[in-house]
Design a protein. Structure first.
Length: 292
């Protein structure tokens, strides 16, 4: 009975730990096999520990070019999608206009549609417009499906935003640009960082849509797909481990920025007003002694 009660009390925690282990197990395998010394071309069985592939991580020119292309594509798509998605989220949350409800619905469609459908539709559009597929068409495609995720993340941040902070800044004489730069932007920065990180991860990881619209451009996922039939080099595991570590660092930075924003958001205008009204200090007046 004690064992059953112990499991019941900690069942949710145990289940969560098992899910996390199941999720991270493939990543752990990739990291481990980046130190493997395979006997042949296929890196499927453990042969022995070595670090030579980390010291020679950039010795395959085709792999380097594919990774550089993916990084350039992901950075550009992230920057453009974050800017456009933030503007769309601000419009949807703070302004009333004709078609606002339809826009809220349409912005979700790229997230819910199968990637095969989106990739084929974009390819048909480019072919109809006689646009040669390549890096430019890849950038357009990646921006398109990243914008939806940016809008959803930033919009959720704006919905819980305390507008009284902006009103306080305007009452103190700040113009709209200054208010946005000094009040609005710092408070929604955690949402922007999260949206940008999600866009970057989706862009650098995308295969299906990129396969339709890449043309002769080779990204990192497309290189892995092409190399899988003749043996994926160990350097691919090394690059994947580097990307994972980069993602972890970005997540840590996002958490730190979010905590800073929460501290700023904890300062309420009414609290500041109350402190100012009392001169910023609290004092108590002792009662007069009773007459004897």
């Amino acid at each position: 009975m004690k064992a059953i009660n112990w499991i019941r009390e900690r069942g949710v925690m145990i289940f969560a730990i098992l899910v996390v282990i199941y999720t991270l197990l493939p990543i752990a395998v990739i990291i481990a096999f980046s130190f493997n010394d395979p006997a042949g071309k296929f890196n499927f069985t453990w042969q022995g520990f070595t670090t030579k592939y980390w010291t020679s991580a950039f010795d395959i020119p085709a792999l380097n070019d594919a990774m550089i292309t993916s990084l350039e594509l992901a950075v550009l798509a992230t920057l453009i999608a974050t800017i456009l998605g933030t503007m769309i989220a601000l419009a949807l949350v703070r302004y009333e206009f004709r078609g606002r409800r339809a826009a809220n619905l349409l912005i979700v469609i790229p997230m819910t549609s199968p990637e095969v459908v989106i990739g084929a539709a974009l390819l048909s559009m480019f072919v109809s417009a006689q646009i040669t597929t390549g890096f430019t068409t890849l950038l357009i495609a990646h921006i398109m499906f990243c914008i939806s995720f940016v809008v959803i993340v930033v919009r959720s941040r704006l919905i819980g935003f305390d507008r009284r902070l902006e009103e306080a800044a305007r009452d103190l004489g700040a113009d709209p640009k200054t208010t946005f730069r000094t009040v609005t932007l710092p408070l929604i920065t955690p949402g922007l960082v999260a949206a940008a990180g999600l866009s970057f991860a989706l862009s650098i990881d995308d295969f299906v849509i990129s396969n339709f619209n890449a043309g002769t451009t080779v990204t990192f996922p497309l290189y892995i797909y092409g190399a899988a039939q003749r043996g994926i080099p160990v350097q691919v595991n090394v690059f994947a481990t580097m990307l994972f570590l980069l993602t972890v660092l970005a997540m840590v930075a996002s958490v730190v920025q979010q905590r800073r924003a929460e501290k700023l958001a904890a300062i309420r205008p009414d609290q500041e007003g109350g402190d100012a009204a009392s001169g910023g200090t609290s004092s108590s007046v002792a009662p007069a002694p009773a007459a004897s």
